[in-house]
Structure formats: C-alpha cells, structure tokens
Design a binder for this molecule. Structure first.
Ligand code: NAD
Length: 354
C-alpha cells in the first residue's frame, strides 16, 4: 500500500531534517507518495504569509503530514505558524513520547513515558486582555461583578476555558493510545484542588472515561506533585494526560529527562488529520550547515508510521536510531564523542541500519 503524505519542509534547519527524514522513511520499503510543500519565512515574499492556504489544502487532501520546524516571523500576524496549523485542522491531541536512548546524555535512565497534551483549550485559547485597554477594563468590571472576587484594578486578564467535549476527547485519545500501544496505565494531571470548575471538570470527565477502559489502570495527580514524582519515581508512570498549559510544561520536562531537543519527537493529531513534527524549532543559526541532529524528526516519522498502521517499519526505524546512537560513530555534533558527521550522513547511517 502506498501512503499519501504531505511533507512540509519548514525553514531554518527544517529542509535539512526533512530531507534526512525522507531518506530514512523511504529506506523502510514502505510506499510513500509525497506532496512536498514549503511554509515559513522563506515563502513570505512569494505568498505574503508564512502559511499559504495551499499548504493547509495539501494536508486536508493527504490527511497525514510531516513537518520540519517553522520560524514564526515577527509581524506576520501569527502568534505561531505551528499553532495556526493545529487550530486550522483541529489537531487537538499533542502526543509526546519520551524514552531513554542509550548514548544520549541524560540524568535519568530507563525513562519510558508518553505525554498526551490537550492542544486547543485552556489558557492557550488566546482570550487575553491587555492591561490598560478598554477591553481589559470591561472584562474587569464584568468579572468582578459576576464573581464578587477582588482583582487588582488594571490587571491584565486571561481566560481559561475547559470543556466537557475537549476533556472527553483528549482523555479518550490517551486511553486509546494506551490500548493500541500496550501501555498499562493512564494518569490524569490537574490542579483540581484549586481550580475546582475548570480542572475539576477535566478530572471528573477523566474518571468517567476511565470506566470504559477497565483493563488499563487509571489514577490522577496534582500537577506540582506530578513534577516531583517524575523526578523521584518516574518508573511509576506510563501515559500522562494533561490540559494544555500543564501539558506544555510537563512534556518539556519529560523531554529534558531523556536528553532534550535533538531526540524528542511529537505529533499533533485530530479526528481527520495528523501532523508529525519534532519538538525543536528552526534553529536559524545552524541553517544550511548540514549540522543538526535529524533524530527528533526521524522519530516523529516513526510515530507517523504507527499512525499509518506500519508498526513493523516503525519498530525498525526506532531500533536503527538506537543502534546508530549506541554505536556513536555516525552521530551529529550534539551526540558525538569524537568527530561528528552531518545531518544527512547520520540519516544515511540510520537508513543503512534498518
Ligand atoms: P530551537 O529549538 O530552534 O533552537 C534552540 C537551540 O536548540 C538551537 O540553537 C540548538 O542549539 C538546539 N537545537 C535545536 N534543534 C536541534 C537539533 N535538531 N539538533 C541539535 N541541536 C538542536 O528554539 P528557538 O531558537 O527558541 O526557536 C527558533 C524558531 O523556531 C522560533 O521562530 C520559534 O518560533 C520556532 N519554533 C518552531 C517550532 C516548530 O516548528 N514546531 C517549535 C519551537 C520553536
């Protein structure tokens, strides 16, 4: 079977890690029909936007995309191009596995965690009022009257919407992921002791969804305690599911526990579409140097293979990455003990180890 996939090359180091990833994915023997498109600062002059509509149309058409990082140009009208893609396609689940790779420097050993972060709600909904504006004053009057709670006059105000629908679909996603990937336990992370209605709703829905999955263990943790526990007893945890803000923070914490940006894959998945991407950015200072580590996007490619039902190829890519890093001969500057190789050379070593 041939899989139709949109490859967004991105900018900065994006095109280099995208090329490296394509090299490895094509070498798996899985059939791909690639639609290759560009987004980011390099297309601004041509299209007047870093995210031309034809890029979104290409993802709508192929349903699956893999994407190099994209710089968010200052003054482009976007808070983040990456967030704009997630919003336009309702990619509500951010999937961030964090697993130790031998040979990658890290304080922790044998970490095997999966963070599932809600991507569309919470303080990230973008409902914010700037201090000193008429809108903030209006929101201040309305909210102090409605709640009867004091606020310092002139405060900037942010709103945290959490819905039953948004909570249900993300927790369900976490359990379905656990089921499909032989994971034993899902932990819902929240601050429901303080935010009784917003995080309280998230927790209540999580408990309800858990009843549909009696074969998977379920528990919950308050987010501050979760961070402490991850530092002290990470082996007790498996799949974590979190609202947007805590998910953002805890997923980076977990990426740090396995050695950081160069090896951390990710995916944004919705009901109809999915976009796979490394968590690192476009690292403009290294652009065009064939220097950076391609592993984060290659491992995102392995997540994509699983999503496409190509489990065997996914396992082979992950094993090849581990083998090349363990051997330590064909690795980029961030992992090398001796002479480093370039981005494309590391990808070719991984392709040869498949
Ligand atoms: P960054 O991740 O691009 O780079 C920070 C540093 O991390 C780099 O200077 C480099 O030292 C290291 N690094 C990053 N990726 C690496 C790799 N593959 N191999 C080795 N080292 C690597 O973060 P930044 O400088 O904060 O962001 C640059 C731009 O990227 C910004 O415009 C930001 O908006 C954008 N960004 C995009 C995405 C995305 O596309 N998903 C994610 C984060 C940031």
């Amino acid at each position: 079977m041939v899989h139709r996939v949109t490859l967004i090359r991105g900018d900065g180091i994006g095109p280099e890690v995208a090329q490296a990833t394509q090299t490895v994915l094509d070498a798996t023997g899985v059939g791909f029909d690639w639609t290759i498109v560009d987004a980011g600062v390099d297309v601004m002059d041509q299209y007047g936007t870093p995210l031309p509509e034809h890029v979104l149309d290409a993802i709508r058409d192929t349903k699956t995309a893999i994407k190099g990082p994209i710089t968010t140009p200052v003054g482009s009208g976007f808070r983040s191009v990456n967030v704009a893609i997630r919003k336009a396609l309702d990619l509500y689940a951010n999937l961030r596995p964090a697993a130790t790779i031998k040979g990658v420097k890290s304080t922790f050993e044998d970490i095997d965690l999966v963070v599932v972060r809600e991507n569309t709600e919470d303080l990230y909904a973008g409902i914010e009022f700037e201090s000193g504006t008429p809108e903030a004053a209006k929101a201040y009057d309305f909210l102090t009257n409605l709640s009867g709670k004091p606020m310092v006059e002139g405060s900037a105000i942010g709103i945290k919407p959490i819905s039953e629908m948004g909570s249900r679909r993300i927790v369900k996603f976490a359990f379905e992921y656990a089921k499909a990937n032989d994971r034993q336990k899902v932990t819902a992370v929240h601050k429901a002791n303080i935010m009784k209605f917003t995080d309280g709703l998230f927790l209540e829905v999580a408990r309800d969804v858990a009843k549909d999955y009696p074969e998977i263990e379920f528990d919950d943790r308050i987010v501050d305690n979760m961070c402490m526990q991850l530092m002290q007893k990470p082996e007790l945890y498996d799949v974590l599911v979190l609202p947007n803000l805590y998910g953002d923070i805890v997923s980076d914490l977990c990426a740090g526990m396995v050695g950081g940006l160069g090896v951390a894959p990710g995916a944004n998945i919705g009901r109809d579409y999915a976009c796979f991407e490394a968590i690192h950015g476009s690292a403009p200072k290294y652009a065009g140097q064939n220097k950076v580590n391609p592993v984060a996007l290659i491992l995102s490619g392995a997540l994509m293979l699983r999503h496409l039902g190509e489990q065997d190829a996914a396992k082979r890519v992950e094993a090849a990455v581990r083998e090349v890093i363990r051997e330590g001969k064909s690795v980029t500057y961030d992992l090398a003990k001796g002479e480093p190789v370039g981005t494309q050379q590391m990808a070719e070593a991984i392709a040869n180890a498949l």
